[in-house]
Design a protein around this ligand. Structure first.
Ligand code: C2O
Length: 575
């Protein structure tokens, strides 16, 4: 790394020398100024990309960040043009670098939305009505806040140094970007009512008492008429919603929800990538489409569940471009943000990702003083430094390890017999189950026998390497909502759900305008996605740990798979 610094220093010397020579040769002022400009740019980008402060001081490379001069029309989830850019380009404003709040300033305590009191609701209500009445020119205006989300979720900005669009869903940007958005939003609200202790509430949908739309969102400025009527309280939320009503009784719905939470937070999230999402890097090739467990569900599922079926894209919460117009968005994301903290705590608070391309990625937000602030992911990894905290609440899902629907011995026997009859038999030693060059359409349930390269691993080996079931090459042909569930060794997947151990995970695609670059001819730069499901613990519980193969069923939900194909299924190991 030292060497890179030297290269930079030598380069800079050459540039300086070049500048001097050119000044001697030309004495035109124009030339001089344009050289000055260039020189400044070169130094700026060196400082920006190479000599950043902190432990990655040696990092030289391109990070994900928006090019603020590019804000342009973008596409809604259903490919309708939307425009959410600020009235005046952010690039025309000076920006400041993020500074941590004063460590002696009060800690804002975020509490469950169903437990806050009337005074708090009144204060927040007042702040929201002020926010809604501010002129659109003011970045603190409620619609402007909502449009920040629209900008970054529909790809209204190109990336710095490339014409690829920048998007913040379905990858490792998901958690930190939303944390930033909430951080500024919360402080704006507090400042509008002169309360520096104001904290957003969280929608505690992972606990039975919080599993419905919190009542506070039914009154005053919290009302959004664009919500699905039949899902208003006291309807229990289906946090794994798939467009089709589950029809479960409240107790059963709650039990299913708790089991899903266990799966998404514990057994399915043993490795960083499984929870945080895939590594999205700068540049055209860098895009990845692999959301973490919580982003897929409950996050995506609840967006859809709350949004109104009367609107074309289930606006407001059901479509990303409009989602943040509903005040409940902030409580939904506050819970997501809290669960990131909880997950981190469960693994001993060790840093989740140390890759500088993640740490140094940066975005821009307006603060409560209407200043444009540049903030990096590394700035938002310690919430105490950000001066907020979450009230400790029970984690009813923490030990809710589900039981198999059918005793494993019986299930494996039935499956073996069926297999011999229907010939799901694999040629021996196939590393993956491939569905051919066209892939297999998800218009119906896919059944496959999948080979396991390693069996009988020790406890230590399992801790080091998580066994991961990969449904690869998922191609959502038309940008549409798609959901499918994956089961292992299920005798009858039509009668079970996340409450059964056979459930290995879920895939949810929100519609989101798939185009990644603005130029028409580049529109095909879309990538297929992979669903990665951590299954080590699940295979133990299904007593399948010694088996050389498992039976996997991929079940499309609510007829959403007709335009989706899958290339195959395989087992991988993740460190
Ligand atoms: Cu950016 Cu819940 O979406």
């Amino acid at each position: 790394m030292e060497a890179k610094r030297w290269v930079l220093a030598i380069l800079s010397t050459f540039i300086l020398a070049g500048l001097l020579v050119s000044l001697l040769v030309h004495d035109s002022l124009n030339v001089k100024y344009s050289y000055m400009g260039e020189l400044k740019n070169i130094f700026l980008s060196v400082v920006e990309e190479g000599w950043s402060s902190g432990s990655n001081a040696d990092f030289v490379g391109v990070v994900l960040s928006p090019n603020l001069t590019t804000c342009h029309k973008s596409l809604s989830d259903a490919d309708r043009p939307v425009y959410c850019c600020p009235p005046k380009r952010d690039s025309e404003e000076p920006f400041i670098d993020f500074q941590f709040p004063d460590p002696s300033s009060p800690l804002r305590l975020r509490r469950p939305a169903h437990l806050v009191d009337a005074d708090y609701i009144a204060k927040y209500n007042k702040a929201l009505s002020i926010m809604k009445s501010l002129p659109y020119d003011d970045p603190r205006n409620h619609m402007r806040q909502a449009n920040m989300h629209c900008i970054y979720c529909t790809g209204a900005y190109n990336q710095q140094h490339s014409n690829s669009l920048l998007k913040i869903h379905r990858s490792w940007l998901f958690f930190p970007w939303h944390r930033m958005m909430l951080y500024f939003h919360e402080r704006i609200i507090g400042s509008l009512i002169g309360d520096d202790t104001f904290a957003l509430p969280f929608w505690n949908w992972d606990a039975p008492d919080g599993m419905k739309i919190p009542n506070m969102y039914m009154n005053g400025s919290f009302v959004d008429k664009d919500r699905e009527n039949s899902h208003l309280p006291p309807q229990v939320a289906d946090i794994n919603f798939d467009y089709v009503e589950s029809g479960l009784e409240p107790e059963d719905q709650i039990a299913t929800n708790i089991a899903l939470m266990y799966h998404q937070m514990v057994s399915g999230a043993k490795k960083t990538e499984l929870f945080m999402g895939c590594r999205y890097k700068a540049g055209e090739e860098g895009f990845c489409d692999g959301p973490g467990t919580i982003e897929l569900a409950p996050h995506n599922a609840l967006h859809t569940w709350v949004g109104s079926t009367l609107n074309p894209e289930r606006e407001n919460l059901g479509a990303f471009y409009s989602a943040a117009r509903d005040p409940i968005f902030y409580a939904h994301h506050s819970n997501i943000d809290r669960l990131w903290e909880v997950w981190r705590g469960l693994r001993g608070n060790k840093p989740e990702i140390i890759d500088p391309e993640w740490l140094e990625s940066y975005f821009f937000f307006h603060n409560e003083r209407q200043q444009l602030v540049r903030i990096k992911i590394r700035d938002v990894l310690d919430i105490t430094k950000l001066r907020y905290a979450y009230e400790k609440v029970d984690l009813p899902w923490l030990n809710a390890r589900p039981k198999p629907a059918v005793p494993p011995k019986i299930a494996r026997h039935i499956l073996k017999v069926r297999d011999q009859q229907h010939g799901l038999q694999l040629p021996s030693n196939t590393e993956s189950t491939e569905f051919g060059p066209e892939g297999q359409t998800l218009d119906t349930t896919i059944r496959a026998k999948v080979h396991r390269p390693k069996t009988r691993r020790t406890k230590k080996e399992k801790e080091e390497e998580e066994e991961v079931l990969v449904v690869y090459g998922i191609d959502v042909k038309k940008d549409m909502y798609v959901k499918f569930d994956v089961y292992i060794n299920a005798v009858d997947e039509t009668t079970i759900g996340p409450e059964s151990r056979e459930f290995a995970g879920t895939f949810v695609n929100m519609r989101r305008g798939v185009r990644l670059v603005m130029k028409e001819e580049d529109a095909v730069g879309k990538k297929k996605s992979n669903l990665k499901l951590g299954v080590s613990e699940l295979l133990e519980d299904l007593e399948a740990d010694r088996d050389e193969s498992i039976w996997v069923t991929v079940v499309p939900r609510g007829g959403t798979g007709v335009n989706t194909t899958v290339d195959g299924i395989r087992i991988e190991y993740m460190r």
